[in-house]
Design a protein around this ligand. Sequence first.
Ligand code: HEM
Length: 402
Amino acid sequence: MDAIQIVMELSTPAGRADPYPRYAALHELGEAVRLGPGAVVVVGYDANNAVLRDPDFKTSDETTFDQTFPGWRSQPVLVQGADWLLNINGAKHARIRSLIARAFTARRVAGLEPAITVITDELLAGIADRGEDGSVVEFMHDFAYLLPVTVICELLGIPEADREGFRPVARDLAGIFEFNDPGSLPAINAAAVELLAYFTGLTARRRADPRDDLISDLLAVSDAADGRLTDAELLHNLTLLLVAGFETTTNLLGNGLQVILRQPEAGKAVRDGSVPVPAFVEEVLRYDSPVQLTSRVGREAKVGGVAIADGDHVMTVLGAGNRDPRRFAHPDTFDPLRSDGGPLSFGGGAHFCIGAALARLEAAVAFPRLLRRFPAIAPAGEPVRRDTLLLRGFDVLPVTVR
Ligand code: HEM
């Protein structure tokens, strides 16, 4: 099979359900493979790292939007998206990223640990109530979604009453990451408009009455005399933080539990402490990454032996880099004690995930508590995977807990 056929397969339901054999086939063709004029797929670990860490390989931004979708300014999601950290480069990226990072500090994240513990225990208590008679519990909604969404809302300062309503809206908006069907654009735009209106109202309230939350801190930064974060930039990046903050972490929790359900010894090792929790979490990230790929606009360079030209579309397949046999011994084996770790799942370079520490913390609090409370957790019926490639996770993961 040639590279184009393999990549085509990745966009079929079977390929999305299990991309790993396709990645293995791509690895046999090289660290990077040209798909044709203008398009290269990067699968090697080192090659992915090289692209992500090279500031001249830019993310799609306004310039790319102008070239590929001249009508983008009439699409609310793209108007917002054009200010997202993910879609800006150079000086604008450095400015906005440093301002957000100033509010989103390691201290603020670490300070969330007690709240994450309380939320985890509350959710586990609810699961215990529903599942104690042996009834089936749906892990994705009842835990994997509710934990990160509650935590990100807590961090941003979104009131409790507003939270449950976010799931469908944020999920619709996250559709832009997977975008391959123009028919879904109206729903994505509607979600973008709704979230923007919500954050406009909330920021007005926080401006009048600041609290100890990230939105109030960001407002203080944007209202500083030098006005280095415009209202639009702030509001647009709040919608990004919301969607980036829980779809992904939800999938980390679901993908990790699926490993445990399939290989109970992995759960036992976390429970009895023979595997350190952070090592387990890193291996889940490597083995079944919640974000499988991202992309860059190429510049003239050689990557993994392939010549890249200015403007090439470069698909950086993080999920494939995480299974690169050149880097990882037995890449398809789940081995939390491997010493060749270091997944690419949070990206690298200037756009490295700003929420990585938070996602790791949530998983590190959640898994041991879940496993100690429910040592007998077991699958209860077929899980249903989301039919997506970029974001990899489950829609439904039914379990029993006793
Ligand atoms: C397991 C969970 C997560 C995974 C796997 C993940 C993955 C990623 C990846 C791969 C990127 C880089 C994309 C690129 O280079 O093109 C990224 C960027 C980003 N992530 Fe995450 N993420 C996770 C959780 C979070 C959380 C919890 C937040 C926020 C609270 C967050 C916010 C962001 C933001 C704002 C960016 C853009 C950074 C920039 O472009 O400068 N992520 N994430």
